[in-house]
Design a protein. Sequence first.
Length: 277
Amino acid sequence: MKFTKMQGIGNDYVYVNCFEEKVENPGKLAVRVSDRHFGIGSDGLILIKPSERADFCMEMYNADGSEGAMCGNGVRCVGKYVYDYGLTEQTSIQVETKSGIKYLDLTVEEGKVSQVRVNMGAPELSPSGIPVLADGDKVLDAPIMVDGREYRMTCVSMGNPHAVVYLNDVKNLEIEKIGPMFEMHPCFPDRVNTESVRVVDGHTLEMRVWERGSGETLACGTGACAVAVASILNGHVSGEVTVKLLGGDLKILWDEQENIVYMTGPAAVVFDGEIQV
């Protein structure tokens, strides 16, 4: 099976062109290829498939084999793949995901895609839509007890659930300890991605992310979008926001009139390869 390893600011996946390849058991394959010692090494597996509703369909699987609904860094890489590898000549494309159709605008330099702007759709703030077990029409600066400590969380779904908490220091965070406790907390029926955030200034945020099913990753596009929305709701930032992740920066703009979140960032090919399956 031929594959391409790609990364969006360090959030790396193994991509398979299912116009040419057939994957029988994607969950099992995701576990195998994601292993950084015995496999290819990645945060998961993404399949690029034909779609009846859009130009392409993206299926994503986490490192533990569970299927994910959406990956912001992943969908940017899908945009780069389909253009760079000749599946399309269009620079505005639609990609079907488990959380709806995403609209991508590709920036092309010297025949290759360098940046991708993604219409990530509207943020979901209702507890039932995220989902999170809570009262009211949104979860904004709400208390949650984790490992005997009270945190204040704001919950947002960008096609997958996110809990955003603010800390004065994220560099020294024991994320391997606290991340799983948030992920498996009983108030999140579908588990949760957790973003620990430091407000740098009125337009800049620093974050680390613990992704359900994958652990800490260098970047999470939907997480950056959720962090920007949560931070605007909490009055920490305004306008276009730079979100600084371990792997690099993303630009996030929440058009509150249209209620649409736009994410802009790079996408890169690491290498092509072939494995026996």
